[in-house]
Design a protein around this ligand. Structure first.
Ligand code: B12
Ligand code: SF4
Ligand code: SF4
Length: 418
């Protein structure tokens, strides 16, 4: 979910960090635990990590093949960084040749009894996906993963590197190989204990640790996630594969330009991320609410009013989303998403909140405002007047094209509009 920047732990002299946790009894002379694997997994728990398991620093050939297919078919869309890092992503040893083992880690962000999809019915409100309700998970996770890495380094004199979606690492196949769970048909890792609500991170190390066994695929005949996807990004006839270009998570977070017209009506009121496929997974019945304070939902992000969000300027956007992953999209992309949601709201009374955005300095926002106005403004005469006013000043072809598309749809009549 984040552009790749690797995080190398540069640690001070090893002697300074020779701390061994309480509860690890079996030690060699010098205070080093005799069973490093068990000590590491135990220490991970002590640090508040919800799941930990070990695998070799290698991926099966099938993971490289699937990554290659995904990229060759252009399913990554505008995420060019996935293409440019292909070799490192497909092989942990290309990323770091000295790596021998990987401790894969999971952090539970389970929403508990709250149904993450209930907000979809309240069309005047925006739905922000659970993963972005609290603080940026990268920050919450990184401090714990770094603490574990520092401890491994200090205790076993091994080199370590920490990744929390911060480098070209195939986190899901590695976690599946370590047995944290299996790759579900929705393409994410499913855990027996935490359902589909685990964030992933890794500590790469030069230590030679006995690996855990991979987890069996327990999806069986279930296809709930495939049926739940609103855009066909994952399809019943093509499980375990995603076309990111159609995924609402990609469209609302990663995609920089105008959202393809044909997908807009399917986005509903999802304004940041999507997790319909994740939320319907039956294995979530075993999930427990997150215990990490930083991941708990901020009340103002659980059902925000679209009318408030669409009025955000840059300064207020930054203030509202300080410490949140949402700040990464920037104000313009976020307001674009809110305008699409307004266009899908079936609330003509909200058109007045959209009109000021027709004059926004950002063409991306102006274009989305045109679409929203078209969907909310039922009076053809007023729509034509708005277009005429815009044509007198609009110089950006993409925004002009939005007017063109909207009027074509308008002429096509009800039911034809997208
Ligand atoms: C790019 C990316 C996206 C893209 C593409 C998603 C995707 N599924 O790849 C977009 C923007 C759409 C996205 C969305 C989301 N993401 Co994301 N994303 C990533 C990222 C950075 C890279 C993933 C990647 O390499 N994809 C490329 C494909 C080829 O790799 P893959 O899915 O691992 O492919 C394997 C399987 O699909 C399988 N496979 C593929 N084809 C086939 C065919 C068959 C027949 C079989 C059997 C298997 C199979 O094999 C492949 C290799 O083993 C990772 C972090 C990381 N560094 O790994 C986070 C990550 C996957 N995202 C995550 C999350 C939480 C999400 C969202 C839920 C966020 C949200 N609420 O909006 C959504 C979920 C959408 C979804 N259904 O996947 C978490 C998932 C945690 C978990 N439990 O799995 C990760 C791991 C981040 C993290 N550190 O926690 N994401
Ligand atoms: S996150 Fe949403 S759009 Fe993306 S694959 Fe899952 S259900 Fe489909
Ligand atoms: S919803 Fe069903 S098919 Fe999809 S990942 Fe969960 S168990 Fe597998």
């Amino acid at each position: 979910m984040r552009l790749c920047d690797s995080l190398l732990l540069v640690l001070p002299s090893m002697e300074d960090h020779r701390t061994v946790p309480d509860g690890v009894q079996d030690r060699q002379g010098g205070g080093r635990p005799a069973a490093p694997r068990e000590a590491i997994l135990s220490h991970a728990r002590t640090l508040g990590l919800d799941a930990a398991a070990i695998t070799r620093a290698a991926l099966p050939e099938s993971a490289r093949r699937d990554l290659g297919l995904f990229l060759d078919q252009g399913r990554h869309g505008e995420m060019a960084w996935m293409e440019t890092t292909r070799a490192r992503r497909g092989d942990p040893r290309v990323l770091w040749p000295e790596a021998v083992s990987i401790v894969t880690l999971g952090l539970n962000y389970g929403p508990g009894a709250t149904d993450p999809l209930q907000g979809l019915a309240h069309r005047d409100r925006g739905v922000i996906s659970v993963y972005a309700h609290g603080k940026d998970y990268h920050d919450v996770f990184k401090s714990r993963a770094k603490a574990l890495a520092r401890w491994i380094h200090g205790t076993f004199e091994a080199e370590v590197k920490v990744f929390v979606d911060t480098a070209p690492v195939m986190e899901k196949p590695l976690a599946a190989r370590a047995g944290l769970g299996w790759t579900g048909k929705h393409t994410n890792l499913v855990s027996r204990r935490f359902g589909s609500w685990l964030f992933l991170a890794e500590v790469f190390t030069t230590l030679d640790l006995a690996p855990d066994s991979p987890h069996a695929d327990l999806c069986g005949t279930c296809r709930r996630c495939l049926d739940a996807c609103p855009t066909g990004a994952i399809r019943p006839d093509d499980p375990y594969r995603i076309d990111a270009r159609r995924c609402i998570s990609y469209l609302t977070i990663e995609h920089k330009g105008p959202i393809p017209r044909e997908l807009r009506p399917h986005m509903g009121n999802r304004i940041y991320g999507c997790e319909d496929c994740v939320a319907v997974c039956p294995w979530n019945r075993f999930a427990v609410p997150t215990r990490h304070e930083g991941l708990l939902p901020r009340v103002e992000l659980t059902a925000p009013r679209l009318a408030d969000l669409v009025a955000l300027d840059d300064a207020r956007f930054r203030a509202l989303f300080a410490g949140s992953p949402i700040k990464r999209t920037g104000r313009d992309r976020f307001v674009r998403n809110v305008l699409i949601a307004l266009g899908n709201s079936d609330r003509p009374d909200l058109v007045e909140t959209v009109l000021p955005l027709l004059d926004d300095p950002a063409p991306l926002v102006r274009g989305a405002a045109v679409w929203a106005v078209r969907r909310l403004e039922l009076d053809v005469g007023r729509l034509s007047a708005l277009r005429a006013r815009s044509e007198a000043t609009e110089s950006v072809p993409e925004v002009q094209a939005e007017w063109e598309g909207s009027v074509t749809e308008c002429l096509a009549g009800p039911g034809q509009a997208t």
